[in-house]
Design a protein around this ligand. Structure first.
Ligand code: HEM
Length: 127
């Protein structure tokens, strides 16, 4: 019996499509837009690398950028509970649009909820 690797279940193409859709939503989201760069090409490229390894694929992010230290990398930005919620909503919509469903989506999304909450470094209403 082979272990299930989420990255292989989802597939490189779907993952990359989902992340691109995700950032097109971030770019339009009033809560998220202000803290992101105008050009999200490089951000999307890094996120694809990160999600690839997060889901058990090759360690593309670490190979190019070193230890993820995701919370530390987010410290320059005010990550409020409201923004974490908005981030997760954009991701859920992107998952819908690529047709990611079933058990794999449930497990993946739950993990993102935990990671997103871990990223919070500032209270709401603190601009
Ligand atoms: C980078 C916001 C959650 C993974 C960033 C950047 C911002 C941001 C503003 C910098 C973009 C840039 O300058 O290119 C947020 C907000 C979140 C959140 C508001 C809400 C909780 C997450 C989560 C993950 C994640 C849950 C992973 C599961 C990344 C990665 C980068 C990044 C991989 C690129 C890091 C780098 O530049 O080396 N995020 N993020 N983020 N974020 Fe998030």
């Amino acid at each position: 019996q082979k272990p299930i690797i989420p990255y292989e279940e989802i597939g490189e193409e779907t993952l990359s499509k989902m992340i691109k859709i995700f950032y097109s939503k971030v770019a339009k989201n009033p809560k998220l837009k202000p803290i992101f760069p105008d050009d999200l090409t490089e951000t999307a490229r890094k996120q694809i690398q990160f999600q690839t390894q997060y889901l058990g694929g090759p360690n593309l992010f670490t190979e190019e950028h070193g230890h993820p230290m995701m919370r530390a990398r987010h410290m320059p930005f005010k990550i409020t509970p409201e923004r974490a919620q908005a981030w997760l909503e954009c991701m859920a919509e992107a998952m819908d649009e690529v047709g990611l469903d079933g058990k794999i989506r449930e497990i993946y999304y739950k993990r993102l909820v935990l990671t997103a909450h871990h990223m919070i470094n500032s209270p709401d209403n603190d601009e």
